[in-house]
Design a protein around this ligand. Sequence first.
Ligand SMILES: Nc1ncnc2c1ncn2[C@@H]1O[C@H](COP(=O)(O)OP(=O)(O)OP(=O)(O)O)[C@@H](O)[C@H]1O
Ligand SMILES: [Mg+2]
Length: 267
Amino acid sequence: MTVKKNTGLIRIENVSHTFHTDTGVLPVLNDLTLSVPKNGFTAIVGPSGCGKSTVTRLVAGLLKPDKGTVWLQGQKVNTPRDIVGMAFQNPVLLEWRTILQNVMLPLEIVPNAMSSAEREARAQDLLKLVGLSGFEQKRPSELSGGMRQRASLCRALVHRPEVLILDEPFGALDAFTREDLWQTMHRLREEEPFTGVLITHDLRESIFLADEVVVLSGRPATVQYCQKLKQRGPKSLDQLYTPEAIQTLNILREQIKIARKDEEDKL
Ligand SMILES: Nc1ncnc2c1ncn2[C@@H]1O[C@H](COP(=O)(O)OP(=O)(O)OP(=O)(O)O)[C@@H](O)[C@H]1O
Ligand SMILES: [Mg+2]
């Protein structure tokens, strides 16, 4: 598989956003500023409902902020861009397509010059990389939850997006499957560098995968705390139990407590 040179870069600049509903206004983000460097991987954690998924929708161009700007590769984000790949907690694979056809779907939608044989080879390469060789012709319902999520990651990456947005992609999986997928994420990133944003509630996951962890405050969310990790996330699970990792987890846990308290105080 060819390794792609990547130029992705995300910048969220002084973004505020309020939802207007039948029951009133809900300020969700308040003057939020953060950037992810090219080929960086930032995890965003914060209290439930603080606005994390809203941030991903802004970066993906699915939502326009009331105030402030979102930039991708130096260009203002106004509409969805094909340089973004996304994966969510629920893989939403199409049951009437095989796993291979599901993974190939973005190549049918995003304009590209690939022949159908090239598309298939690309999808097969990715499936191999995540350990799904031999399952190409299965339907989604014939796969386990972890396997479906692996296929969903392949689908998010098949068109070689500059930016990968993951919104709690491993949240519904059991602990062992989740840890397997963490290793898969490292492999994917090594093979084809991308600029990533990971939303998670799992602090161990955040330090295992990311280069930087951003803690959002209670709603309306802003950046409360940033923890740069010394190196790219650890590669082996043992490294999550070093004194340094435990200290980082304790700091993050403390920050989440502050964010939740902050939210309670605002209610
Ligand atoms: N389209 C919308 N219209 C109105 N309110 C919305 C909309 N989308 C989200 N909200 C509200 O905005 C707040 C933030 O939602 P968001 O989904 O961004 O939170 P989150 O941090 O991802 O939460 P969780 O951790 O539970 O996934 C929530 O109170 C939610 O109900
Ligand atoms: Mg969410």
